[in-house]
Design a protein around this ligand. Sequence first.
Ligand code: 13P
Ligand code: SF4
Length: 334
Amino acid sequence: MDRLAGAGLADLGFCEKDLAQTASLTWRINVLKGERQAVIPGHVYQRPELLVGVADFVGDSYKLAKLCAQSPAKVIVFCGVRFMAETAKILNPEKTVLLPAPGAGCSLSESITVAEVRRLRAQHPGVPVATYINTSAAVKAESDVIVTSANAACILGRLFAKHPKVIFIPDELMGRNLAAALGKKVGEELIIWKGTCIVHDKFDAFAIALYREIYPGVRILAHAECSPALVALVDFVGGTGDMMGYVEKTRAPYYMLVTECGLGELARMRFPEKNFVFMCRLCPYMKMTDLRGVLRALEDPPLSARLEVPADIAVRAKAAVRRMFELAEDTVKL
Ligand code: 13P
Ligand code: SF4
């Protein structure tokens, strides 16, 4: 209980009763985790008690994919959303991969189908398809390379060095941000899709000026899935890992993290000496996982929690994920 309180949960408002319940579940999960030779990756948007109590590693989509590929554990209990657990399964077909909240999807992942990717390819023959990791395994299998927010600009830059045109799917806003950063024309040089993240597409660019007035010197950081109008007004744009790195390396009177609320909570726990101003939204999918679900997954996982990817899809999807590791390797720090 003291460890959880000291790790930052007390500062986030967990009272004695919350801490006692959390400590009991945390203890049972950690005992079972050892018995089952399991590992628990946790995405930064997950509930704070999961991240400080039971997660073995915490990070962005790229870091979690990479660490899952390297883990010697027999079982992976993924605290995140389906596309992340599916990626872990693609990289570790021999392991048991469990998603404690089987309904944890993602609006981006649901925004494009295999048939739509094939249609795009047919419309733009010979053009490479770079696919955001927030997609299904079947869509990944149709792709040339997977990208995450941590490496999309770098990988697209490398593709443009060899090709006049690139297809980027499925996040429209991120596609527009990438096109602006790389100096490419949307629709001519960078072909994009119409998917959006239901969390990041709601942030309002108009609020930015107001916050700057109220909090002089505030550094405003936005996730790359936000609108180009908002991105144009902030001090830093990137993925969740880059945003945490920026907070760690800079000094400012206030920071505002325009993204899912979990990142702000994690930042408050990691950097208690810094001040955070909140402009965040909850991702309903990310918040579906809780300690009870993780315990259930370790004790007696329902069939729906077990990730399975058909072998023919997994092999092709893995090639696209591996291509990401090759292209990002020398530029992305773990
Ligand atoms: P990151 O890879 O930046 O952690 O993003 C994942 C995600 O789902 C953002 O909404
Ligand atoms: Fe998907 Fe957006 Fe939730 Fe990330 S925050 S998992 S992109 S819906």
